[in-house]
Design a protein around this ligand. Structure first.
Ligand code: SF4
Ligand code: SF4
Length: 110
């Protein structure tokens, strides 16, 4: 039997998706500062010019386009989605399911 304590339901509105031309990114971090959702970070890897490049967690993106506006090198394209709600159930008693959800989120931001 599931209890209210053992289960957390998070609801997200997917409103935006950002795509990068990583070879043009210089890792200046202006877009990271501009993103109020905290959805951007620098990669651990380097691009062909030797810079760490930007990667996104699109689950956090609202499509506000702030990142694209501040980027001096036109690296970022923002797509707005339909704002459809997506429910993610996280049952903290089911460690395998929780691990799978975390893996899928991490895979998306790599
Ligand atoms: S569009 Fe807005 S919310 Fe999405 S990554 Fe860029 S600054 Fe962040
Ligand atoms: S603002 Fe542009 S060049 Fe600077 S880190 Fe972000 S995507 Fe890269």
């Amino acid at each position: 039997m599931e209890t209210a304590k053992s289960k957390t339901v998070r609801e997200r509105k997917l409103k935006g998706k950002v795509v990068f031309d990583i070879q043009k990114c210089k890792g200046c971090e202006l877009c990271i500062t501009a993103c109020k959702e905290g959805g951007l970070k620098l990669s651990e890897k380097l691009n062909s010019k030797g810079y760490r490049y930007i990667i996104a967690n699109n689950d956090l993106c609202t499509g506000c386009i702030n990142c694209a506006l501040v980027c001096p090198d036109a690296v970022i394209t923002v797509y707005r989605t339909d704002g459809k709600k997506k429910k993610i159930d996280v049952n903290t008693d089911d460690k395998k399911k929780e691990k799978d959800i975390i893996s899928s989120i991490l895979k998306e931001i790599e």
